[in-house]
Ligand binder design. Structure first.
Ligand code: ADP
Ligand code: MG
Length: 339
C-alpha cells in the first residue's frame, strides 16, 4: 500500500518534469560535403545530444551508401557492375532509386540519376574552363538514360544495361538523408525539430507555441530574403541558385544537366519546392530547374502535396511562376528595412 503511494508520488514528480518547457538546441556537422544543421527542442542537453548524434549517424550511413566519390560505396559498386546482371540493393538504395525512377518517368527524363557521365564531363569542363567537345558529349550521352536502369521489385535489385554507366544521386540523396535524420530524432522522442542538409530541409513539429518553422525562400536580395514560409511536418528544397554556376567563355553553366541533351543549364534560375518529404522536395527542385517555369509548375501540380516557386532570369529579365498549391502556403513578408 505504502509502496504503491510512493510510486504514485514519484510518477507525479516525473510528470512535472516532463511538462517543463523544452529548450532549444542546435548542432552542426559536415555530412555529404555539406553543412548539416539541426535545430531541436528537448528537455535537457543529454537527450538533445543523444538524438543529434543518432541523426548525424543516420545521415553518415546514407552518405556511405550513396556517395559517387567513394569507389567502395554501394552506389559506386552498382555503377561498376554496369553491363552485368542484377545486383541486390540495401533498403535505402532501393527506396531512393525507386523514387528516382518514378520521377524520371513523370518528367520524361528531365530528372535522371543515370546522368553521371554527363555530370562528370561538365565537372571537368568547369575545372578546365572549357566546354566539352561534341564527340565527348555524344559518348557520355550514350552511357546515360533512365531506361537503361532496370529495377526488379521482387528481388529489390537493379541492373545497369551498359558498361561505363554511372549513377549520380546528387539531386536526391541529401534530401533523403535529411528526412531520415529527422526520423532518427523522432524515434528518440524529439518531434519538434528541423534538419538542414546543405539547404535541403526536413521539418518536424513546429517550435513550442510557433506557427511553424520560418523558412526563407530564395532568392536573396542584398543578403535579405524577401519572403518566408511557415512550415512544419513537410520538407523544402532550393535548386539552381546563382552560387553554383561556373563561367566558361562568358557563359554561365549550372551543375544541373539537361539529360535529354547532355548540356549543362545556362539560364539562371532559382527554384524553391515544398513537398511532403525531403527526398521528393530535393529531386523535384532539380527536375523543375530542368523543365522551366511552365512545365515545372505543371509537374508540381501533379505531385501529391507539392508546391513551388520558380524564378528564372532570361537576358536579365526576371520571370516568376508559382504552382497552384504554392498560393495556399502561409507566407511571411518582412517589412522593408527602415532607413
Ligand atoms: P544542390 O546539390 O545544390 O542541392 P541539386 O539538388 O539540384 O543541387 O542537385 C544537383 C546535382 O544533381 C548535380 O550536382 C548532379 O550531381 C546531379 N544532377 C545534375 N543534373 C541532374 C538531373 N537532370 N537529374 C538528376 N540529377 C542531376
Ligand atoms: Mg535537388
Amino acid at each position: 500500500m505504502l509502496s504503491g503511494m510512493i510510486a504514485t508520488l514519484l510518477a507525479g514528480a516525473a510528470d512535472t518534469r516532463a511538462t517543463e518547457a523544452p529548450r532549444r538546441f542546435e548542432f552542426a556537422r559536415t555530412v555529404m560535403a555539406a553543412p548539416m544543421n539541426l535545430v531541436l527542442y528537448a528537455r535537457d542537453q543529454e537527450a538533445a545530444s543523444r538524438a543529434a548524434e543518432a541523426a548525424f549517424d543516420r545521415a553518415r550511413a546514407i552518405e556511405g551508401i550513396m556517395s559517387d566519390y567513394d569507389p567502395a560505396s554501394e552506389l559506386s559498386r552498382l555503377s561498376a557492375a554496369g553491363g552485368g546482371g542484377f545486383v541486390p540493393l540495401s533498403d535505402d538504395l532501393w527506396r531512393v532509386l525507386s523514387r528516382s525512377q518514378e520521377l524520371a518517368a513523370a518528367t520524361e527524363g528531365a530528372f535522371d540519376v543515370t546522368v553521371g557521365p554527363c555530370v562528370e564531363l561538365w565537372r571537368r569542363a568547369r575545372r578546365m574552363r572549357q566546354a566539352p567537345a561534341a564527340a565527348e558529349l555524344a559518348a557520355a550521352r550514350a552511357r546515360c538514360g533512365y531506361r537503361l536502369l532496370a529495377l526488379d521489385p521482387h528481388s529489390r535489385s537493379a541492373r545497369l544495361e551498359r558498361p561505363g554507366m554511372s549513377l549520380d544521386l546528387g539531386a536526391i540523396a541529401k534530401g533523403y538523408a535529411a528526412q531520415e535524420a529527422l526520423g532518427a530524432l523522432e524515434k528518440l522522442g524529439i518531434t519538434r525539430a528541423l534538419v538542414d542538409l546543405g539547404g535541403d530541409l526536413a521539418l518536424g513539429d513546429p517550435p513550442p507555441g510557433a506557427r511553424g518553422w520560418r523558412v526563407a525562400v530564395a532568392p536573396l536580395r542584398d543578403g535579405v530574403p524577401s519572403l518566408y514560409l511557415w512550415l512544419s511536418r513537410c520538407a523544402a528544397a532550393t535548386s539552381g541558385d546563382a552560387h553554383r554556376f561556373a563561367e566558361i567563355e562568358g557563359r554561365r553553366y549550372s551543375h544541373i544537366v539537361d539529360p535529354r541533351t547532355g548540356a549543362a543549364l545556362t539560364d539562371r534560375s532559382c527554384v524553391t519546392v515544398v513537398a511532403p518529404d525531403a527526398a521528393s522536395a530535393d529531386a523535384l527542385a532539380t527536375a523543375v530547374s530542368v523543365l522551366g517555369p511552365e512545365r515545372g509548375s505543371a509537374l508540381l501540380d501533379g505531385q501529391a502535396g507539392a508546391a513551388g516557386r520558380i524564378v528564372r532570369f532570361t537576358q536579365g529579365v526576371e520571370e516568376i511562376r508559382e504552382s497552384a498549391r504554392w498560393k495556399a502556403l502561409p507566407v511571411f513578408v518582412p517589412e522593408p528595412a527602415a532607413r
